[in-house]
Design a protein around this ligand. Sequence first.
Ligand code: TMP
Ligand code: MG
Length: 212
Amino acid sequence: DHQHRRKRGFFIVVEGLDRAGKSTQVERLAQHLNAKPIKFPERTTAIGQMINSYLAQTSELDDQAIHLLFSANRWECVAAIHKTLDAGESIVCDRYAFSGIAYSVSKGLSYDWCRHPDIGLPLPDLTLFLDLDAQTAAARGGYGEERYEKLEFQAKVREAFSRVAQDVKAHGGRWVTIDAGKTLDQVTDDIQRAVQRATSSIDRVGIKLGRL
Ligand code: TMP
Ligand code: MG
């Protein structure tokens, strides 16, 4: 009797390279959907502070160790994510496990190893990949001092994301690539249309949240 089932919120993830325009689009989409914006890494927790100092290059960690911290940072937020969605509020999430895989694989870690710590996390209803080539992203400026904000590395990350996309789709996840090279407003439009398409089909069949 699905009529009596309480509607959960949608879990929408936005992914992309650094400087692809995620922050702006996440903010706009969250506002459009009256959803809660969240982001990973969530830098305010104890684990998040370790991640932050690694990214700020004030600390060093083995590739495996930081990979696991990024994953742990998601796991420590899972209960809050479920709570929000169960209360009927949607979430728009800036980066998720797909960044975790793409960035670590680009350092040379194995794909399967990178995937494992995130297995069991809630599967997004929809992932929007803001696609931009690394040159264009770099030309936008604003690459700061943070680790990973380098052209050659970002080019590798983009390649890794295409493997992640194939994997997600092969496992029944919804992954939509958005051309992030268009104007801000055009990208916003494209995103809203993709979300409309995806969420209307979810409404019809009443799919429960899956797992990675
Ligand atoms: P941000 O720029 O979106 O705050 O993300 C910080 C950096 O961390 C960005 O270069 C992507 C990277 N990252 C990972 O390497 N693994 C992860 O799991 C996540 C969420 C981000
Ligand atoms: Mg960044």
